[in-house]
Design a protein around this ligand. Structure first.
Ligand code: ADP
Ligand code: MG
Length: 253
């Protein structure tokens, strides 16, 4: 099995609050995993732990065969220096609920800057690729606009193009459509679906059950810091084995 992501017995507390209580997760290369679960169940913390924005208290994460944030020597783990962690993180795209575009840069500049700085790509090559990516997310005509001139759906599509500009091995989405007006959700999900179809490995936290059903290879249900249930969308969504999964689905469906 070709695992792109392995999360092994990850625990994370904030003060006395244990938010991840031993999470295991494997994501195969090219697959889409959708993570469902109630607010506060630890979904965002799990995503942030995968790219080492949060440091696990126990357990480890590997992406594409590399431990994130650590190197192994014998049976010991040693923390990597910050610059090495930053380098690992550049190949793990992260799309946030609230877009987080650079407001003082144009749409094109938002997509060009990251590969120029993080991957040391020549600016012309990065600009050419940015134009291709903007066309792919349907925003070729907005290259010169500033983020605040765009709708939320358009801003999120720029954020996805920007994440793709770093040629990610893995893309993490944290509720990418939760901040959008309902009529703008579809255009963003269409873009994510297209990225998935091109074979990028992704983990998507979302409450969009229809999207999960259609696009996910695996659906993971989290509750109270644990993976309660995981499997194919048809199994988890239509025949959940756990009462907590059933209760959650009855609220969001
Ligand atoms: P979800 O994304 O499933 O809603 P989160 O991972 O954001 O859940 O949060 C899980 C729990 O951890 C919540 O109770 C939240 O308040 C708490 N939490 C998350 N981040 C922090 C933090 N940086 N400091 C303290 N508590 C946090
Ligand atoms: Mg969250």
């Amino acid at each position: 099995m070709n695992a792109m992501v392995e999360v092994h017995s990850v625990r994370k507390s904030f003060g006395l609050l244990e938010v991840l209580k031993g999470v295991d997760l494997t994501v195969r290369a090219g697959e889409v995993t959708v993570v469902l679960g109630p607010s506060g169940s630890g979904k965002s913390t799990l995503l942030r732990t995968i790219n080492h924005l949060e440091k696990a208290d126990a357990g480890w994460v590997s992406v594409d065969g590399s431990l994130i944030g650590y190197r192994r020597s014998g049976d010991k783990l040693y923390e990597l220096p910050e610059r090495d962690v930053l380098r690992q993180r550049t190949r793990i795209g992260f799309v946030f609920q609230d877009f987080r575009l650079f407001p003082h840069l144009t749409v094109l500049e938002n997509v060009v800057e990251a590969p120029v700085f993080a991957l040391k790509r020549p600016r012309e090559a990065a600009a050419a690729r940015a134009e291709t990516l903007l066309a792919r997310v349907g925003l070729a005509d907005k290259a010169g606009a500033y983020p605040q001139q765009l709708s939320g759906g358009q801003q999120q599509r720029v954020a996805i193009a920007r994440a793709l500009a770093l040629e990610p091995k893995l893309l993490l989405f944290d509720e990418p459509t939760s901040a959008l007006d309902p009529e703008l959700v579809g255009e963003v999900l269409d873009v994510i679906r297209d990225v998935a179809a091109r074979g990028t490995t992704m983990i998507v936290v979302t409450h969009e059950i229809g999207f999960a059903r259609e696009v996910a290879d695996t659906v993971v249900f989290m509750d109270d810091g644990r993976v309660v249930e995981q499997g194919r969308p048809g199994d988890v969504l239509d025949a959940p084995r756990h009462e907590r999964t059933r209760a959650f689905l009855s609220k969001v469906l």
